[in-house]
Ligand binder design. Structure first.
Ligand SMILES: [Zn+2]
Length: 495
């Protein structure tokens, strides 16, 4: 019996149904659901996740995938779907179901233990569960490792294909070499800058009005997007005609909501511009975590922190907040949103020091996965690395090792994609500057033409092409740290 791509249809539909349900429940839990809904709704999510896993492991799917792999009759999109299905099968099949469920249970409780430990700033509470998560993660990675492959490389592959330690080590080494000095240089120039006006009270309802305006300005039409609020801003999508973002308002930090909106807006534009024929398929999202992050950070930093971006917008912001900004000229506002200041918290970091926070986590993950760093010594090692790279030392674990949720969720190997995203963005930006008068377009409020360029070169392909290949096609060369460091250097010198 010969297999045809059509045989996958009922399975792909089931998958679309389950994924959309999971997305919607997840969105609801973070935005509107009442506090006490969490536990029971989580059991529904778990049932859906099990159903999804079962669907992926259906023997019929495996047979069809095996029969069709490498078939010349497949379109590039279909071949990409087969590739994704094959990768998922390999990830899941090597882990015995009983172990998979036990691990899922552990993760379900780990997040709340982490949250409690963080609020009490007490690492010893989290230590035993982190130890277990790490053991499981290492074991699963060893099941899936190719001969000679290190466990950490297995995990890195899950998030970004083609970026193992062999590629990441020299990348991070260059950041380690250049960024601390660059941050010191920026601080030196900025000593006289006064950005106190960005730390006064800004009425939250008025902030909402501006951020809604800003999202629409970016091209997030209310006909296809929704904007809500959550503790930690994020983007999610059901398909290309229903993309949702959140932001978070702090009364005395208006820049926080603004840059969260622009960041998540960048993620959203990616999802909104995926080709219609790809959406609701396994390749209907972004090419990879790093490529997704490249788009959000491109809008947030490389566009959103430029003076030209604010030329058409700043008057509106001033008119909404006349007391706070009425006498502040555009130039000072732009200085304020570009302040470089080494701090303790990754999500609040400026553009120059951001990747140093990622470097710390990369080094720690590498040491933990290799068994060179005992979990009990993690807080001290964390603090020491912060002191070395950023010159600051956490006074408690809450503002140190407990600040991110990733490890509680078993996401080892994810952090590097934040730094890679910034580096991809710079490399893509260089090539855009050769083809478009970016500054002029921004000044004239023609952001749509910039988005159009990205949609054409990146967004529309969804996950059909691997991220590394896409990056090379867009920028005309393989990945390197050059564009990123050139960009940051030019920026600091322009202050
Ligand atoms: Zn992001």
């Amino acid at each position: 019996m010969t297999a045809s791509y059509e045989d996958l249809k009922p399975y792909l539909e089931k998958r679309t149904m389950l994924e959309a349900s999971l997305t919607l429940l997840g969105w609801d839990l973070e935005t509107l659901a009442p506090e006490e809904a969490v536990e029971r709704t989580a059991t529904v999510s778990e049932l859906l996740e099990n159903a999804l896993r079962e669907a992926i492991l259906e023997p019929e799917v495996r047979r069809t995938v095996e029969a069709l792999e490498g078939s010349p009759q497949l379109s590039p999109e279909q071949a990409a779907v087969i590739r994704v299905l094959r990768e998922e099968l390999e990830q899941l099949e090597k882990i015995p179901e009983k172990e998979y469920r036990a691990y899922a249970n552990l993760k379900a409780t780990a997040s709340s233990i982490w949250a409690r430990a963080r609020s009490e700033s007490d690492f010893s509470r989290f230590e035993p569960v982190l130890e277990k998560i790490l053991d499981w993660t290492r074991r699963f990675a060893s099941y899936r490792a190719k001969p000679g492959q290190e466990p950490y490389d297995v995990l890195l592959e899950d998030y970004e294909k083609g970026f193992p330690m062999k590629v990441l080590d020299p990348f991070f080494a260059r950041l380690e070499q250049e960024l601390p000095a660059l941050a010191r240089q920026a601080q030196e120039v900025q000593r006289e800058w006064d950005d106190g006006f960005l730390h006064q009270p800004y009425e939250v309802e008025t902030q909402r009005e501006f951020n809604r305006f800003l999202a629409e300005y970016m091209g997030l039409s209310p006909r296809r997007t929704v904007m809500a609020e959550s503790a930690h801003p994020f983007t999610t999508s059901l398909h290309r005609d229903d993309v949702r973002i959140t932001t978070h308002y702090y009364e005395t930090m208006p820049a926080s909501a603004i840059f969260s909106t622009i960041h998540e807006g960048g993620h959203a534009l990616y999802e909104l511009n995926v080709a219609p024929e790809l959406t609701q398929t396994p390749v209907g999202g972004g090419a990879s975590c790093s490529m997704h992050e490249s788009q959000s950070r491109f809008y947030e930093n490389m566009l959103g922190r430029r003076r030209e971006f604010w030329v058409p917008l700043y008057g509106k912001l001033q008119s909404l907040f006349p007391e706070q900004l009425g006498t502040i000229p555009l130039e000072r506002f732009v200085q304020g949103i570009n302040r470089v200041e080494p701090g303790l918290i990754r999500t609040e970091a400026d553009e120059v020091t951001y990747s140093l926070h990622v470097l710390v986590r990369y080094q720690l993950e590498r040491e933990l996965m290799a068994g060179r760093l005992p979990v009990r010594e993690l807080p001290e090692r964390w603090n020491a690395l912060y002191e070395t790279y950023l010159g600051v030392r956490p006074s408690c674990d809450g503002e140190g090792v407990l600040q991110d949720i990733h490890w509680a969720q078993g996401s080892f190997g994810y952090f590097p994609s934040y730094a890679l995203g910034s580096a991809f963005a710079a490399q893509i930006g260089q090539s855009m500057e050769r083809e478009l008068p970016v500054g002029q377009l921004l000044e004239q409020g023609r952001l749509a033409e910039i988005t159009q360029w990205l949609a054409e070169k990146i967004h529309r392909f969804g996950a059909v092409k691997p991220a590394g290949q896409l990056l090379e096609e867009v920028s005309g060369r393989p990945f390197s740290a050059d564009a990123y460091l050139d960009y940051l250097q030019a920026k600091v010198h322009s202050f």
